[in-house]
Design a binder for this molecule. Sequence first.
Ligand SMILES: O=C(O)[C@H]1O[C@H](OP(=O)(O)OP(=O)(O)OC[C@H]2O[C@@H](n3ccc(=O)[nH]c3=O)[C@H](O)[C@@H]2O)[C@H](O)[C@@H](O)[C@@H]1O
Length: 432
Amino acid sequence: MSHLDNIPSTPGKFKMDKSPYIHRLRWHSSLTKLTFWSLVILGSILIFFFRSPSSSPLPSDHSRRSLSTYDWGGPAWEKRVRSSARVRSRNGISVLVTGAAGFVGTHVSVALKRRGDGVLGLDNFNNYYDQSLKRARQALLERTGVFVVEGDINDSALLKKLFEVVPFTHVMHLAAQAGVRYAMENPSSYVHSNIAGLVSLLEVCKSANPQPSIVWASSSSVYGLNTKVPFSEKDRTDQPASLYAATKKAGEEIAHTYNHIYGLSLTGLRFFTVYGPWGRPDMAYFFFTRDILKGKSIPIFEGADHGTVARDFTYIDDIVKGCLAALDTAEKSTGSGGKKKGPAQLRVFNLGNTSPVPVSDLVSILEKLLKMKAKRNIMKLPRNGDVQFTHANISLAQRELGYKPTTDLQTGLKKFVRWYMNYYSQGKKAAG
Ligand SMILES: O=C(O)[C@H]1O[C@H](OP(=O)(O)OP(=O)(O)OC[C@H]2O[C@@H](n3ccc(=O)[nH]c3=O)[C@H](O)[C@@H]2O)[C@H](O)[C@@H](O)[C@@H]1O
């Protein structure tokens, strides 16, 4: 008889015959053996519960566990949330701004607040770049009357609570893991924020009553290896060149799904290399400024055969106008109680400047403004997600949003440099 003969042919029908039991009774006549086997079984159970990854009822992902470290809730906290989100103008809207302590988030929140809309910020203050800059933006927001709740978009309990406290009419979703090149270093942070975080937010929005209208940040990077310029919303976006771009593209498809199933009104904005005061230190114009001032060499990328690398750099104030116009023209979501009641609006717009500038020209402008020569280190465009050229066709945004950028790179950088010199002269060290 082979050992395979003991295996039942029908699952669930295997019945242990009595012989092992009887056999064991004989064994148990020895107390030592009983104790021994009891300990073995107990030990195995303990090892199973402590070592097996699937035995834990908690998610094993670190980022999820860290969500519980944020402190929120309580009557005083709710009061602050309500007061910040209170609409103070006729026909105003109440907006939850995610990523409020980020570059675009800060500018959009201030603009909304100033015109009398209710604004509540949400930000996880992660350490992707200098956190003190995020705290300084937060201080600016507080002075404007915007409370920034500290929390993560993956924290559904927090999101649900916020919607319980305030029936937001709109969500401006700007929280994301940004940066094209960093995606090679920390891919999971892109999935966590740009995919899981987006789904977590949309899940709560779809169940909210009333459902809010959502405007969110996509990216010019979705055009990827597309060579047809200028980039139009009708062009293909199925060849992303970085994981960052892929997660933003995934976001656009996820938006389609939530619009289709639940009647959420969704508008995606494809931002083109946004720059300006209070910007992101991981972006080229920002760290070029810092390094030129320090006398450090700066890597300037060029394409094959000395090909020009250029960007459709877009000034923050123009982007803010585009964001507000998108919020103002957003139609209401049509669902309720998690159920779609009719077709809802689904839009995507390019928000660019329509005049690409070579990166080497950006450096020349900075040299003039800083009155310092840059140490240029010309390098081959790395194959880590960068594309050679971006150029927005903005006719759709012009037609539907009245979007019309007015700031050229020279003017915008002048404002950035003024802010930079002022900000970092006040004892704040430019993060290295
Ligand atoms: O438009 C967008 O969708 C994207 O714009 C920027 O991405 P990118 O255009 O690559 O901006 P930077 O990293 O500031 O680079 C600007 C230009 O400088 C070049 N560069 C960058 C870094 C460097 O060391 N040297 C250099 O020449 C890049 O190739 C690029 O042409 C943002 O970082 C993204 O988050 C955003 O989504």
